[in-house]
Design a protein around this ligand. Sequence first.
Ligand code: KG4
Ligand code: ZN
Length: 383
Amino acid sequence: MAIELVKDNKIWYDNFMKILAIESSCDETAAAVIGDSGVILSNVVVSQVDIFAAYGGVIPEVAARSHLEAILPVVHKALDDARLTKDDIDYIAVTYAPGLLGSLLIGTLTARMLAILWKKPMYAVHHLKSHIYANWLRNAEESGADVPQFPLIALVISGGHTQIIYMSAHNKFEIIGTTRDDAVGECFDKVAKILGLPYPGGPAIAKCAAGLDGGCVGDSMKYKLPHPKIDGLDFSFSGLKTAVLRAVQADCGLPITTPSYELAQHLSDQQRADFAAAFQATACDILLEKLQIALQGHPEARSVVFAGGVSANQVLRQKALEGQKMGSNGIFGRGDIETYFPEPKFTGDNAAMVGAAAYFEILNGVKPVDPYHLNILPRTPIR
Ligand code: KG4
Ligand code: ZN
């Protein structure tokens, strides 16, 4: 789709679909305007991470209250940044599942109200689907960008989910592997607490391991941490978290009865960095091993897409690229597979990905939802 011209001092795309998308499932209040093929016209994210860093995690009631304060200014800014008004918008899209109940309510009530008042068709999008569709987002100047091909295998790795999802086509999902206990992002967050690092734990562990927090550079080989013994494509991360706990206790010469919140004060900077590096490398290896098994079971797959907050991890990206070079056959022993990671700023929660997911629903003939009767579903599998 060619971008036509700048008209009347605002960007104007001839015959160009424009979707106003809203996301508020956890602790980011976000709105974006997305055009045809997932082109980003604006993207606004207000994060509550500074509030929750002080508590060491998200407090649902506080998150809902913060969404309420931020949502309308965020929607206005998304329209202003795109240099559009409500009249230019063709569709409204919103996250309706899964997530925190109060947080989802603020986003969906806002979207429902706007859809009714502005008389726009509305699309309700599953959050994990949005994370996957972050791989289709593109800037206007990249309109011919390379996109994932079907069938594909998606590795969805966030704070609440760790799943391998097979997609035969747009909007067709089959969960072929899932975690039996903690999500990998949750494991990063819990291990960070043990090591005395701030929330959210993923970026804090990555920085600490690389010495980017002003400390030492970690040695990922210093501690050998176990891989779970689970056949097939399911994951388990609670054992890895406990293994870090026990290894820290042992390395500091403390009894196993020492509570986890007392351990950090006993760690030297070098120990903390080594544990961060060893844990990060092990978590990434576990993810990539299962992905490789999934690829072996699906020789027809043409692409691998990574999705969710943990896909920002640079060690994971590097290891996946090394996997691509592995042997003479390309990624994970397969020469015919292309790997996709979202741009780092679209790995965490944002509304641009919601707009991209809605775009491919609209394109494939999915019917809009009734804004008078949209229910939120805090716990429901991808659909
Ligand atoms: O997708 P997301 O923003 O929110 C959910 O839908 O859950 O994912 C948040 C998770 C957190 O657990 C956070 O620690 C993790 O993603 N995360 C990372 C990194 N950045 C965020 N984990 C590892 N490495 C990172 N660089
Ligand atoms: Zn998310």
